[in-house]
Design a protein. Structure first.
Ligand code: NCD
Length: 356
C-alpha cells in the first residue's frame, strides 16, 4: 500500500549516489515536496506559494473563529517531533504550527529516554514512529541521515512524510523558508528580494542555515551574495559551485565593516564550536564578525539584520530596539511558515479557501 511517491521506485544505493539536484524529483509528489529535506527541492513558484499561504494562515488566525477553523484542518493527523539535537525555536515553532492546525503531537527530544539507549538504531526508532504517526519532523546531528530515513519511510509498509528540521552541518531547509518569508515581507515595498545584496557573516562552513538559504536565494534575479567569515569558516565549495552553475554572483570577504553600507540584509550567525574537534581547535577570533550599536549608522536605512538564533555576542543586545533588527519577527515568521509547509505537504492548502 505504497503512497505514490517516487522514492519507492529507486534502490537506496542508486538514490544515495545522486547529486542533491538529481535527488529532488524523488522527494516530490504531485510537483510538491512530500518529504521536505533539502533546499534544492523548492522552486520560485513554491516559495511564493508558501509565503502567501503563511500570510493567509496568519491572517485567519487573528480571530477566535479563524483560529478554531484552522484547528479543524489537520485534526485527523498525528505528528512526531524527533529532535536528536538541541533546539528551542525550531522545536517550539513546529509544535506551535501543529497546534495551530489542530494536529496532535508527541516528541522525543532526548534519545537517552528512548530505546536508543538500549542500542536501537535511529533508523528503527523512526520506523517505530511511523507506526503511530502521520508525519515525522526530525532534527539529527548526522548530515544525510534524513535522506536515508525518508527512503526507509517511503519503502515501509506505512509510508509517511519526513520534514528535515536540521541535518548536521548540511541543511536546514525550513529555516531557509522562514528566512525567505522574512526577506519577502521586509522588502515588500522595496521591489521584493530580487536585486538585493545579502551578506552572510560568521560560521558559514558549519552553519546549515546560511547554506540552505543561499540555495533558495538563487531563485531571485539580480541578487548578489557576500560571504564574510574567517578563512577557516568560509562558505563551502559545494554551495559556491551550485551558485556558479546558475550564475548567481557572490563575493568572499573577511571583514564585514566595509560592506555594511552596501548590504540590504545582513545575516549574522554564531560560531558553531560544538563541531570543533581535537584537529581543528585553533581558536577563531570572531570579534570582527559582530555588529555593535556603534555600527548602526553605517547601515542603509532600509537594511535588515537577521539571525537564525541562538546568538552569542555577534549582535549587541542594544540593537534589538532598532527597527532594522528583524531577528525577533523572524522567529514568529517561522511558526506561520512551518504551518504553511505542513498543511501543504498533507495536500490540504486548498481547504483554506473555505474560509473566504
Ligand atoms: C540554527 C541551527 O540549529 O542550525 N538555529 C536554528 O535552528 N534557529 C543555528 C544555530 O544553532 O546556530
Amino acid at each position: 500500500m505504497h503512497l505514490d511517491n517516487a522514492l519507492t521506485k529507486i534502490s537506496w544505493s542508486d538514490f544515495n549516489q545522486l547529486s542533491p539536484v538529481e535527488k529532488t524529483p524523488y522527494l516530490m509528489r504531485d510537483n510538491w515536496p512530500y518529504h521536505a529535506l533539502i533546499a534544492q527541492q523548492f522552486n520560485r513558484e513554491m516559495l511564493d506559494d508558501l509565503c502567501s499561504l503563511a500570510t493567509q494562515i496568519r491572517t485567519i488566525a487573528k480571530t477566535k473563529q479563524g483560529s478554531l477553523f484552522l484547528q479543524t484542518l489537520l485534526d485527523d493527523k498525528r505528528i512526531m517531533l524527533y529532535f536528536a539535537q538541541p533546539s528551542t525555536r525550531t522545536f517550539l515553532s513546529f509544535a506551535s504550527a501543529c497546534q495551530i492546525l489542530g494536529a496532535k503531537t508527541a516528541e522525543v527530544r532526548d534519545t537517552s529516554t528512548s530505546s536508543e539507549i538500549k542500542g536501537e538504531s535511529g533508523e528503527d526508532s523512526v520506523r517505530t514512529f511511523s507506526s503511530y504517526f502521520d508525519m515525522i519532523i526530525m532534527r539529527h546531528p548526522t548530515g544525510g541521515f534524513a535522506e536515508r530515513i525518508a527512503w526507509v519511510l517511503s519503502n515501509s509498509t506505512r509510508p509517511i512524510p519526513l520534514v528535515n528540521a536540521g541535518s548536521g552541518k548540511d541543511q536546514h531547509p525550513t529555516q531557509a523558508l522562514l528566512d525567505i518569508y522574512t526577506l519577502q515581507r521586509s522588502f515588500e515595498s522595496l521591489g521584493g528580494i530580487e536585486g538585493k545584496k545579502i551578506g552572510f557573516v560568521g560560521d558559514l562552513a558549519r552553519g546549515r542555515t546560511a547554506r540552505s538559504l543561499s540555495l533558495l536565494l538563487q531563485h531571485y534575479p539580480h541578487i548578489k551574495l557576500y560571504y564574510i567569515a574567517p578563512h577557516a569558516l568560509q562558505m563551502q565549495e559545494d554551495i559556491l559551485k551550485a551558485l556558479e552553475a546558475v550564475n548567481v554572483p557572490y563575493e568572499i570577504a573577511y571583514n564585514p565593516k566595509p560592506l555594511l553600507p552596501e548590504l540590504d540584509a545582513i545575516y549574522m550567525t554564531r560560531i558553531q564550536d560544538e563541531w570543533d574537534t581535537d584537529d581543528n581547535t585553533d581558536p577563531v577570533d570572531n570579534s570582527v564578525f559582530c555588529i555593535e550599536a556603534k555600527d548602526l549608522p553605517l547601515l542603509k536605512k532600509t537594511a535588515i539584520i537577521m539571525h537564525p538564533l541562538p546568538r552569542r555576542n555577534e549582535i549587541d543586545t542594544e540593537i534589538d530596539a532598532d527597527p532594522r533588527a528583524m531577528y525577533w519577527p523572524q522567529v514568529r515568521n517561522g511558526m506561520w511558515m512551518r504551518a504553511a509547509l505542513i498543511l501543504s505537504i498533507f495536500g490540504r492548502a486548498h481547504e483554506l479557501l473555505a474560509w473566504e
